[in-house]
Design a protein around this ligand. Structure first.
Ligand code: ADP
Length: 483
């Protein structure tokens, strides 16, 4: 495949492409076939340290680069990403599995973080106020936090990178990006694009590795990194927070979810079914915002389940590169076994399979769109992120029951609710314990919105007006004005 051949396969450090010091490489596989696509450099802790040294060396000059210049580099990179939509989409489909149509949508979404933050780079504000005593002026400025470590997952190979790189660069921070080992190619292609857009050497460094723990921990303990922005599982997030505590590193954490989706009896059922399809099936369910538990009012449960089952059963499963594919493979065999185990566990505890639920034979990590009705409280799905194309339905009778069940989780990333009653919509939205709520929609992601969770789903927000704040410090200068 030319798109794979054309991507750099080395580490990107200080503006040059380099092999790992050990010359080791890691294998990037196509989850639709199980075959290897290529090998890329597999960094050691020493390589990681060189990347951090390069970011530290470039920090002062990048912070001093005019905001307009930083902005225009991001804007040029946006244009280049859009221009190369087909190449980037195909790369993502090959290394991650999502259907091409979804990969193209991710290119548009991911690129938008660069355009958005190119606009924010020139709007970093400060303040000048008079202290209550009238004698002091309080001058407040903003400064980049310093060299950042960015760690991203495999499910949105482009957007998870641009969502962190965009605001960091806009704020004047240099970065080391450690993408997931399953999907390094998109990040490497992105580095080439940013270089073409004029990004100076050392501002962005990329370290691909199979030894995430071994490479990352010394970097966090080394005292040079000032900020960690992580997207991944809550389990790994907890480990990284503990490591950051020792050197008091600022963190942004986008962690796991367990999104409830509630369909009230006064919902428009067409909208609810459509919204559930998006909230459940976008990215094959491999999204931290994916609807994990679907609560449907008893009076509409049968009708809703029938319509959802018809839609799910009609989806075409296959390689993402084939036209007409709706559902690609899951990322790997472990992900597929996890989804299947959760289905079997739910059935053991009383749920009924309305469609799907069978492990396919043949190559690739495919799993059929599955609908489970009558999920019981004992089923593991209630407190486990499925990360697969499995819709688990539960019925409820009262609004209070639905909200209580929805909030019965340590997570708080996204929730969805479907109702035509505005009072109810606002009342329930107020009570749902999550950072984001889809009201009559199954899609909450938007570069202009503050994306993030509460409870154990994370700390901080990405995107929106506040996204850049995560990479800025306040500096306050006291200015006496005399008697
Ligand atoms: P997922 O289950 O989606 O792969 P993870 O939290 O395991 O989620 O991985 C998200 C990112 O964190 C990936 O880039 C992965 O390589 C990285 N990672 C995993 N474990 C660690 C660790 N102990 N320290 C630093 N990064 C890690």
């Amino acid at each position: 495949m030319t798109v794979v051949r054309d991507v750099p396969k080395q580490l990107f450090i200080g503006g040059t492409w380099q092999d790992a010091e050990s010359a080791r490489t890691l294998s990037v596989d196509n989850p639709a076939t199980g075959e290897e696509l290529c090998q890329v450099a597999d960094a050691s802790p020493a390589d990681g340290q060189r990347a951090v040294d390069a970011a530290v060396a470039a920090q002062a000059a990048w912070a001093a680069t005019a905001p307009r210049v930083r902005s225009e580099i991001l804007r040029r990179a946006y244009d280049l990403i859009i221009e190369r939509t087909e190449v980037l989409a195909l790369l993502m489909t090959l290394e991650m599995g999502k259907p091409l149509a979804e990969a193209r949508a991710e290119v548009a979404y991911g690129a938008e973080f660069f355009r958005w933050f190119s606009e924010e780079a020139v709007r970093i504000d400060g303040g000048l106020t008079t202290a209550p005593d009238g004698r002091n002026r309080l001058l407040v400025t903003r400064q980049p936090v310093g060299p950042c470590l960015l760690i991203t997952p495999w499910n949105f190979p482009l957007a998870m990178g641009t969502r962190k790189i965009g605001p960091a660069l806009a704020a004047g921070c240099t970065v080391v990006l450690k993408p997931a080992p399953q999907t390094p190619l998109t990040s490497l292609a992105l580095a080439a694009i940013l270089t073409e857009a004029g990004l100076p050497a050392g501002v962005l460094n990329i370290v691909t590795t199979t030894d995430a723990a071994g490479v990352v921990e010394p970097l966090l303990r080394g005292g040079q990194i000032r900020k960690l922005s992580f997207t991944g599982s809550t389990a790994v997030g907890r480990i990284l927070l503990a490591q950051c505590a020792d050197t008091v590193i600022r963190t942004s954490m986008e962690l796991g979810g367990n999104a409830p989706l509630i369909v009230f009896e006064d919902a428009d059922l067409d909208t609810a079914v459509e919204g559930t399809m998006v909230a459940k099936m976008r990215n094959m369910g491999e999204s931290c915002c994916a609807a994990n538990r679907i609560y449907v009012h008893t009076s509409v449960a049968r009708e809703f389940a029938a319509r959802l089952t018809t839609r799910m059963a009609a989806l075409r499963v296959g390689p993402g590169t084939e036209p007409g594919t709706d559902v690609g493979p899951l990322i790997d065999a472990t992900a597929r076994s996890k989804a299947h185990d959760l289905v079997q566990d739910a059935v053991k505890h009383g749920a009924t399979v309305l469609t799907g639920g069978e492990l396919p034979t043949g190559p690739g990590c495919f799993y059929p769109p599955t609908v489970l009705a009558g999920l019981t409280p004992e089923a593991a799905i209630n407190d486990t992120e499925i990360f697969g194309p499995v819709a688990a339905l539960v019925t409820f009778d009262t609004e209070d029951q639905a909200v209580t069940a929805a909030n019965d989780t340590e997570f708080g990333l996204a929730s969805y609710l479907f109702t035509q009653n505005l009072d109810r919509a606002l009342r329930v939205a107020d009570r749902l314990e999550s950072g984001m709520i889809g009201l009559n929609t199954g899609l909450v992601s938007n570069p202009a919105a503050p994306f993030g969770g509460i409870k154990q789903s994370g700390l901080g927000r990405e995107g929106g007006r506040v996204g850049i704040d995560e990479f800025l410090e306040y500096k306050y200068i006291a200015v006496p004005v005399g008697a």
